[in-house]
Design a protein around this ligand. Sequence first.
Ligand code: NAD
Length: 482
Amino acid sequence: MTFRDYAPAPESTAILKLQKSYGLFIDGAWSDGHGGSMTTISPATEKPIAEIALADAADVNRAVAAARKSYDTVWSKMGGAERGKYLFRIARLIQERAREFAVAETLDNGKPIRETRDIDIPLVAAWFFHYAGWADKLEFAGLGPKPSSLGVAGQIIPWNFPLLMLAWKVAPALAAGNTVVLKPAETTPLTALLFADVCQQAGLPAGVVNIIPGLGGVAGQALVEHSGINKIAFTGSTAVGRGIARTLAGTDTRLTLELGGKGANIIFDDAAMDEAVEGIINGIFFNQGHVCCAGSRLLVQENVQDEVVEKLTRRLSTLRLGDPLDKNTDIGAINSRAQLDRITAIAATGEAEGADRWTLDCEIPKAGFWFRPTIFTNVTTSHTVAKDEIFGPVLSVLSFRTPDEAIAKANNTPYGLSAGVWTNNASRMLRVVDSLRAGVVWANTFNQFDPTSPFGGYKESGYGREGGRHGLAAYLASGGAR
Ligand code: NAD
């Protein structure tokens, strides 16, 4: 996962066979939605891609009823090895259709094709392969000899890694024997709808996976409030996650929350500087910074601060912003106008509150939503850009003198999702890593994802883990978060 690989990319939309409009995928078939429709657009051009039907509360009822029926009559009765076969089939189909999925994701989301081709879609296949292997081995998940499924899982996902977030949720849910109703984000429904087609191709029994695009406040809320749902898995903003937790308080619906973050990348003076700089750039500018575990705060030891900032800006100057379907692009479009406005507003506080701003000097395409990679230096812990999640290509640089000060500053956030530590001193590495209150801490690397590793947060970054055997616990009766 570097910004240096320039292999041939499937950058052409010619391989897509998109429909003009898409319905809801319920009970193994396409049906109308009754919550109106919206046009999904390319954030890089603002051109329409397709018309998407939206679910209302009655459609949610239909989807939950279909998932319940297939759970009761088919999926919960099926042996694990057989469930695994379906998941292996889905994984292989994703691999076969990887180019198409990469282009569709880039078109709908705005992220560079090299990322969807080399990271998102390969990880999607890896997630399905991983959980396919678990389906007949649940007794080894560490949750007792016969862990049982929960029933119907309602899954609500964001727009930053649309198909990957679907895979993180659908694969373990199905492996553990649950059926699913999934609501994609408003601005990125396309790959979830293409995934419905993969389910059909794989011969997955009707109702095991139901995909219902819809508005958060309508379909999302109806899903959360539905009494027929046994588990809600949510990834998105802390504000919405908090509301969902309130709604489910006192019910027996299980809940896992994957929320925001304000990750710290800590760089000590003895680090391998060029590698660290590459990791810092990857940590914040990968996917335009639309990453919950982004290393959006750089904590740099004071005596190397000038050197690091100089190396950072020099390397950043080589990044290319533009057409996400161009294989040479490093920085794609911001996913929506609303997100662009949010990033712009928070970044404006940086200068207003006294930080120094460095911005990549580059042309911005005329149409679409764009934000130039930006670094704030001379940032203090009281600055808004050091505290609020920006969810965009903006890095805030703070300094520290001692390891204890670095630890205190890194932990000085209501979030607790990710951190990175860069040092060649092994004992310091172990001590600092142990002291960081974050669900994942990367050592001399950043943004590494693997289906075998648990991922999740502390504090206001949510609770529950996704990935590996820990991710199964969220979908089995004897384990997982509430
Ligand atoms: P959001 O929380 O509004 O949306 C995420 C998902 O939740 C979407 O599918 C949305 O339709 C749904 N949703 C919205 N309101 C709902 C409700 N009341 N009930 C049920 N579902 C609901 O996030 P956003 O507006 O797309 O992004 C806002 C901020 O969220 C970002 O700036 C970022 O800070 C954060 N975010 C975090 C992640 C992450 O991976 N942790 C991903 C996307 C966004």
